[in-house]
Write a protein that binds this ligand. Structure first.
Ligand code: SF4
Length: 602
């Protein structure tokens, strides 16, 4: 069966774009004899180039494959040309390692990095021939699990997933595998057993009670709620693959990755990752240096990225860069900083790493006015921004990328006028420097209220308001100096709906997929009209999710799970936002008692 399927897949490859997406066999990939092993398919609901860049997936793949009794294979969603060919030839979704049908695995594990991949999950299940709904699956079907940040509101996809992994999966996945591998209990018994394990959310154990207006009245559960996340307490001892797979194709992050710490405690109020991954946990300098050296030795990459939510926060960063630069002196391996803080220290670091090549530097002030930066708890002043720009210019950069958000809570038209003023000040600063002056590319992303953040209670601005604010900005900036870019506002609206919605949205996801929606995160494939048709056909008013404010009493669909941060604290922090009060960084300053310390060591 395996060879036959591989031959049939190979016959399609000359006719599709980027056939290397579908062949596997990369350097450091793993093959095993599947006989007698628990078979795990790590499934990413997007194409290879995106999925293979996902650090969490790389960790899980190698961790699982280091276990003798487990064989983990990968499956990425085929691009539309390959999917068409597969459906035409009745070829099911297959794994890269052995070209086995995904349906034959014991566990099918999806990663859910963000909401706009939900139709791809349904598409993947269908292409695999796995019953779409969890209640339709029986003994011979794989157990379908999902992890990643999207699981912090698992409800919109809870029709399709048997079990959600809440938190850091490497802490939990082997426990799940040991239960699924048991031959003496049924599928239902395995799920029942796992529903009692911290970090496992099994939607079948929870019933939602609704009010007449469609809001949630209560959860009736067979297990204590909320399901608390699991985290790796000691990241220094955590598993880290120092022999990671090296893709054939150029992937989104085409370099070695060294995660320097977990968590970020700046407390930006729009940022979900900052709330989900608390507390901040660092690896030691010794561990980081050893892992960095090994990963380069074992892969041959010419660049190593020091990744985290906010790398310049790391207390070991300067000696680490020194150690790695020295170790890689002969091989000329570049050390990269993926995310930069808006401060001169970060620019100085980036400068020391990019002495020769000054292409583009990226900074994220997020809001153009001081008032708005106070509301979102972005503790930077205009003076600091301009000083950072001065450091950028002193170091020789002439191209700069700036990230801003549009439609932030409390935003008014005046904030956009102030943003335009800020651009003018930045451009004026560059006039005293030699060369052709500074060119700024600005990306504006529309604000999406995210679960487990203080802004989960706040509605979005309607699209016509956002359009007006873009016009305000365009009328005021010099297009020869500032290039403005923004994502479709409809995409931000859908993202908010699925961030905030409950399990009633499962039927909308399915209907939208049946109407032809998939790869919704790719703007050329996003079909807003079909989504609106799906809402209408399902009798659901999409506007009630994103265009209404919520209160402290609102019961949110995601209250079935917890990242440790208290809802009361989030509400209080929102009131602090309206009063422009900042909260301290709890790693360097003082604890603001967000609730995480009740379950985890901070
Ligand atoms: S409890 Fe305090 S130290 Fe721990 S994450 Fe929350 S604010 Fe930070």
């Amino acid at each position: 069966m395996i060879d036959t399927l591989r031959a049939r897949v190979e016959a399609l490859l000359p006719w599709v774009d980027r056939p290397a997406r579908y062949i596997g066999g990369e350097f450091n990939s793993v093959t095993k004899d599947p006989a007698g092993k628990l078979r795990f398919a790590f499934c990413f609901p997007d194409v290879y180039e995106i999925g293979q860049s996902h650090m969490g997936g790389v960790i899980l793949y190698h961790l699982l494959n280091e276990q003798e009794g487990i064989f983990c294979e990968r499956a990425f969603l085929p691009w539309v040309d390959m999917e068409q060919a597969m459906r035409r030839e009745a070829i099911p979704w297959f794994t890269l390692e052995t070209c086995s049908p995904v349906k034959e695995m014991d566990i099918v594990g999806f990663t859910l990095p963000y909401e706009m991949l939900y139709t791809n999950v349904v598409n993947g299940l269908d292409l695999a021939g796995i019953p779409l709904h969890r209640w339709e699956r029986s003994e011979g079907d794989p157990i379908v699990i999902a992890g990643g940040p999207g699981t912090y509101n698992p409800e919109p996809v809870s029709d399709f997933i048997d079990l959600f992994v809440i938190g850091e999966a490497e802490e939990l996945v082997l426990e799940i595998c040991s239960v699924v591998a048991r031959k003496d209990i049924s599928r239902a018994e395995k799920l029942e057993l796992l529903s009692r394990v911290q970090g496992c959310y099994v939607p079948a154990t929870v019933e939602v009670k609704w009010r007449e207006d469609g809001s949630i009245d209560a959860f009736q559960s067979q297990v204590p709620l909320p399901v608390m996340k699991r985290i790796v307490a000691d990241v220094d001892k955590a598993y880290f693959p120092t022999k990671p797979l090296v893709p054939f194709l150029q992937v989104v992050h085409d370099r070695a990755n060294l995660e320097v710490h977990r968590g970020c405690v700046h407390g930006c109020r729009y940022c979900q990752a900052g709330m989900l991954y608390r507390p901040q946990r660092e690896k030691s300098l010794e561990t980081l240096t050893r892992q960095g050296e090994e990963v380069i030795r074992n892969t041959g990459f010419q660049e190593i990225g020091l990744s985290s939510l906010n790398t310049p926060d790391n207390t070991q960063l300067v000696p680490l860069i020194k150690n790695l630069t020295k170790a890689f002196e002969e091989k000329k391996v570049a050390v990269g900083l993926p995310s930069l803080r808006v401060d001169s220290f970060s620019v100085g670091l980036a400068d020391s790493l990019n002495k020769a090549k000054k292409t583009q530097i990226t900074l994220a002030p997020e809001a153009g006015s001081q008032r708005l930066r106070d509301i979102i708890n972005k503790n930077i002043s205009e003076e600091q921004i301009l000083n950072t720009v001065k450091s950028v210019l002193d170091a020789g950069w002439r191209e700069m990328k700036l990230y801003f958000m549009l439609g932030l809570p409390g935003e008014t038209d005046d904030d956009l006028v102030e943003m335009a003023e800020l651009f003018k000040k930045i451009v004026a600063l560059s006039k005293g420097y030699p060369g052709r002056g500074l060119f700024i590319t600005t990306t504006l992303s529309s604000f999406v209220p995210k679960p487990h953040t203080p802004f989960q209670f706040v509605k979005q601005f309607p699209r016509d308001v956002l359009e007006r604010r873009i016009r305000i900005l365009r009328e005021r900036v010099d297009p020869h100096r500032v290039k403005l870019r923004w994502r479709e506002f409809e995409l931000g609206e859908l993202e908010a709906i699925f961030s905030l919605g409950g399990r009633e949205l499962g039927k909308v996801v399915e209907r939208a997929w049946r109407l032809g929606c998939k790869f919704d995160g790719w703007s050329d494939h996003f079909k807003y009209d079909l989504w609106m048709q799906a809402f209408q056909e399902c009798g659901i008013d999409s506007g009630r999710y994103c265009y209404t404010d919520k209160t402290a009493e609102t019961i949110f669909p995601w209250e079935v799970v917890s990242c440790g941060v208290d809802k009361d604290w989030l509400w209080r922090d929102l009131q602090a936002a309206w009063n422009r009060k900042s909260i301290p960084n709890c790693f360097f300053d003082k604890c603001s008692d967000c609730g995480v310390n009740e379950t985890f060591d901070c």
